[in-house]
Structures are given as C-alpha cells and as structure tokens.
Design a protein around this ligand. Structure first.
Ligand code: ATP
Ligand code: MG
Length: 559
C-alpha cells in the first residue's frame, strides 16, 4: 500500500460544506468519541472512479477529524449480488489506501429490521398489501394529485402480523404481497405515500443463504443500518436527497440513534460513464475484455492501466466536494497520474513499430560498450540500469525526416543528433529499397562526444534508441477513451450508449525495448523516455512482455 495523505488539510484550500458541518458539530461537542462515516456499496459490480470519490470523502473526512469509517455492504438484493464483487470491493478499497473500521453487511441486521417491522405493525403503522405492483403504481397518485388508499390498508394488527409472518415463512409467491408503512397516501412528498418496506423474493442470498424469502427495501434499510452502527455522518450522492425525509422518519418513529444523511454531487467524467448496470453490460456482451479492461473506469481497470492510487486521491482532493452535478475532464485525472508518475517512475528507452534502422559505419565491428543511466533522473545517485551500445540500432520513425520541416531538430540527412546517454551521430546516407522505402540510415558517430569524456558538445536534438542485437520485442497496447462523446450523460434515453463506443479505443502494436526494461519487477508504471508511461500487463508471457500505455507525456509523442 502506498503512503497516505489525509485529504484536504494539506492542500490549503477552503473547507468544503461537509468539513464545515463536521467542524461545527465537533465545536459543539456533539461527537466526543469522534465521527463515524461509512462507505455503503451494493455488491453488484466493481467499484469505479465515482466510488473512489465517495471513498475519498468518507475515509478522508474520518482521517482528517480523527474518526473512523465502516465498510457496509448494502446487500438487500440477492439476485444481483455476488461474493466475487464483495471480495473485489475490499481489494479496491485497500489498493486506494484506505482501511475500514468494521466490515458490515445490511444482511447482518435482517433480524433486527424484521423485529422493527413487526413493531411498526403492532403500532398500526404498517400493513400487508395484496395489490399488484401495477395497482400500487396507479394508486400512488401524482405530485399534483393525491393517491388512493389500498383496499387492504385497514387490516387489523392481528391479520397483518399473521400475514407478514406467513410471508416470511414462504407461504406466498414473489410479488403476491408486500409490507408497506401506513403513512399518508396524500402526502405531498411521494416518498411518504405508504412506502414498501418488504417484498417477497425467493432467492438465494450470498450470505444468509435460504433463510429469508422477504427482503427489506433500500429506504427501510439504509437509515436503520446507519443507526445500528451509530454512523454520525451518512454521506451519499445527491439523488438521495428526496429520500432523506423518509430516512429521518424511520429513525424518529423507531426512536433509534439519530444518524444524519448529507448529500454531495456524483462525479461524472468526460468520455466515459459510471453506471454499474452499463459497465456490466459492456463486460457481459464482450465490448471490453472484463471489469479490469484498462479502458474501463473501474478501479481494477485503471489500476491495470497504470493509474496510481495516489493520483486518484490527489484528483479527488483537487476537484473538491460539490452540491451541484459535475462533469470533470478526464484530462485532469490524466494530469494527476502524469504528475505522480513523473516523480516516481523508472525510465527506459523503447522504440515503436516502424522504427528506423541506423548503422554506424565507423563503429568497430563486434565492439559492445555499456552505458549506465539512472532509473529516475530525480535521483542521479539512485539505482541505475546498464544500457548496451553497438553499431546497429533503431530509432523511432518520427525521429528521422528525410525532408525535414523547419526547426526539425531530430535526425535528418547531413544532420546531427545526440543519442540519449551516448554519442552524437551524423546521418551520411539514406539507403532505400526498390520501392523507395528506407532500409537503413548510414551514420557516423563522433567518438569525442562520449558523455564524461572531455568537453560536452551540444547539438539541438536528443533522441532515444534501442540496440538491435540487445533489444527485446514487446507488445504495446495503446488506449484511447472508451467513448467518443464527451458528455455521455447527455445521450438521450432513446439512443443506445453503445453506439458511441470508440472503435479506436485499443490499438495493439509492437515495440523494441532496452533489455533492462524486462528485468524491472516493480509494480509502478514506467516511463518510456520521450513517449509516455506504460505498465507491464498480466497477459505477458516469458516469450513476450505486454505493456499497457497509461498516459502520454505532456508533449505527446505518438508511436
Ligand atoms: P451505480 O449507479 O453505478 O450502480 P450506485 O450508487 O448504485 O452506483 P453503490 O454501490 O450503491 O453504487 O454506491 C456506493 C456509494 O458510492 C454510494 O454512497 C454512492 O452514492 C457512491 N457513488 C456511486 N457512484 C458515484 C459517483 N459517480 N460519484 C460519487 N459517488 C458515487
Ligand atoms: Mg446504489
């Protein structure tokens, strides 16, 4: 795990609205034992960058104010949930650098939730309804018009208790009955028009097995779970603000620990989308190779792509917490990744597909020289790598121009360029085949230009290179955005978001790498000098290493 920075404080920015609320609460002495937040994923998919934002807020606030954070799985929907997701979520949270206090499950509280439901029935505040979902929907009314009471609304307490227990015992089929709170079918807030508390679902649950065939609804579950755990600040996304009055109503009606809910705006990023339902569809229909496809906005995807946890935390801190929906530029996240990798990553030289062969005509045949270069220029005395040099090498195709554009400082006929870490070479002759394709460049090297030997001679361009005999061929997977549309949330519902998948989002090409790259066993992305950041992929075999492009260098150089 990487080293941690508490979110917020050190960046010297002004407090966000959540920090203001917490500082006020603490100043009033409300939470002498510290604050307690929670992160409540539904285990029905992998975590994405939006969740990273929620994680940074929940864990970040707790860290900043000496509090704690629970991980709570909101596992009330057995048909969509799976242990695969439960495990992956934990792995992702740890990778991001956070450690939860307690690992909780809404399903741990099913007995308590059930007992409270019986209590509500006994108090005449809940009833079993036999209407179909469609009937309930029709009788709910609209914002302008009141709803209609269910014909089953005035069942006796005894009958309701008996029916609810029979529901629990498995006497009824899915959808045959529900338990509803008896509040007010004319309430101006539609959420209060006798919300459903329990539905029947004969399904196997990944934790409770076949113990239950009735499952509590979100609104009846979330606040009470917060209350059981004594969560002080229950932070969720904006779409839940309409649920808050009901959240409060259950807590007040049951007279339990008064957790409070606060809402912030979801994170949206350009050229991608973050709905688990859609991401699942991309995986299931094979549009991507899996949840961890490096083009996916999932945490396992961006990790495989080479993004760092530190960069994600910096990004979340920089974009702040807002009460209005935000569409953030993916380029901003890329900048955070670049900044982190620029500081920490090791450097290697790699040339891309179509590299140009260079032959040094004055090089003594068979001679091999070894140069030593730091793995990270920020640490000139730090670890280094050895780079072999002979008279036959490759340079990137863009580093040679036969008819150079003005101010072209790389290699050109009669021109000179420095090979990074080594000699200056001069291009004497361009050798072509019958079709006019360049076969090789015949050059001479200047032995007096060897770094460290005599006076440093300066030429305008420096390029990277790889020695033919020692180079290792590698597969390079170059990525572009998954979608072609910047604001995917603006795609109308009647259009298929899959029509906006970017056909160029993955390009597979080949490269030739200096040998030391293949010996690097670090798990951080490395810099291919002058090109960008790349990370070794798990698809690598002993015969062929595979590298994912994480992000380009700022001055984008394309293979
Ligand atoms: P999705 O719509 O992708 O299924 P969700 O909200 O249903 O997302 P949950 O597993 O319920 O996913 O989310 C866990 C927590 O993460 C919730 O508190 C939720 O509000 C928050 N969250 C989800 N998506 C985002 C996002 N894009 N930005 C910020 N927070 C998010
Ligand atoms: Mg959800």
């Amino acid at each position: 795990m990487e080293e941690m920075n508490a979110t917020g404080a050190e960046s010297g920015r002004k407090l966000n609205f959540l920090e203001e609320i917490i500082e006020k609460d603490l100043a009033e002495g409300k939470f002498p034992d510290g604050i307690l937040t929670r992160f409540p994923p539904e285990p029905n998919g992998y975590l994405h960058l939006g969740h990273a934002k929620s994680l940074c807020i929940n864990f970040g606030l707790a860290q900043k104010y000496g509090g704690k954070t629970n991980l709570r799985y909101d596992d009330t929907n057995p048909t969509k949930e799976d242990v695969e997701y439960v495990d992956a979520i934990k792995e992702d949270i740890k990778w991001l650098g956070f450690q939860w206090e307690k690992e909780c499950y809404a399903s741990d509280y099913f007995d308590q939730l059930y007992a409270w439901a019986e209590q509500l029935i006994e108090r005449g505040m809940a009833y079993v309804d036999d209407q179909t979902l469609e009937e309930m929907r029709l009788n709910r009314g609209t914002v302008e018009t009141p709803g209609k009471d269910s014909p089953w609304r005035n069942r006796s307490v005894e009958e309701n208790l008996r029916l609810f227990r029979e529901m629990k015992a498995g006497k009824y089929a899915d959808g045959e009955k529900v338990l509803r709170a008896k509040i007010d079918m004319a309430h101006p807030n539609m959420m209060f028009r006798d919300p459903i508390l329990y539905r029947i679902k004969h399904a196997h649950h990944h934790r409770t097995g076949d113990k239950w065939c009735i499952y509590p609804m979100y609104d009846y579950t979330h606040g009470q779970c917060d209350s059981i755990e004594q969560i002080t600040h229950s932070i969720c996304t904006l779409e839940f603000d309409v649920h808050r009055p009901l959240y409060d109503w259950f807590i007040e009606t049951l007279g339990i620990y008064p957790s409070h809910q606060y809402e912030f705006a979801r994170l949206n990023l350009t050229y991608t989308l973050m709905s688990k339902r859609k991401l699942l569809e991309l995986v299931e229909k094979g549009y991507v190779s899996g949840w961890d496809d490096p083009r996916m906005p999932t945490l396992c995807g961006v990790r495989r792509r080479g993004y760092t946890a530190k960069a994600l935390r910096t990004f979340c801190d920089e974009i702040g917490v807002s009460k209005r929906d935000q569409l953030m530029e993916i380029a901003r996240l890329d900048n955070c990744v670049r900044a982190d990798l620029n500081e920490r990553s090791r450097r290697y030289m790699v040339v891309g597909e179509g590299a140009v062969k260079v032959v040094l005509t004055n090089w003594e045949p068979g001679k091999v020289e070894w140069f030593e270069a730091p793995l990270n220029p920020a640490e000139p005395e730090g670890p280094s790598r050895k780079i072999p040099f002979t008279g036959t090498l490759y340079i990137d195709k863009d580093d040679f121009m036969e008819v150079p554009v003005p101010k072209y400082h790389r290699l050109k006929p009669e021109g000179e360029v420095r090979l990074k870490y080594t000699y200056i070479i001069k291009c004497d002759e361009v050798v072509k085949d019958a079709e006019g394709n360049i076969v090789e460049l015949r050059c001479t090297y200047d032995p007096t230009s060897k770094p460290g030997a005599g006076e440093w001679r300066k030429v305008k361009g420096t390029i990277h290179w790889v020695i033919a005999e020692y180079g290792k061929s590698v597969e390079l997977r170059l990525y572009d955005t998954l979608f072609t549309e910047a604001d995917m949330s603006a795609i109308p519902e009647d259009k298929d978001y899959k029509d906006f998948l970017n056909p160029q989002s993955l390009i597979v090409t080949q490269g030739l790498a200096e040998p030391a790259l293949l010996e690097d066993d670090g798990d951080l992305a490395v810099q291919f000098e002058r090109v960008g950041y790349f990370i070794k992929d798990a698809d690598s075999t002993p015969e062929k290493a595979v590298f994912n492009k994480t992000v380009a260098l700022k001055d984008s150089f394309k293979f």
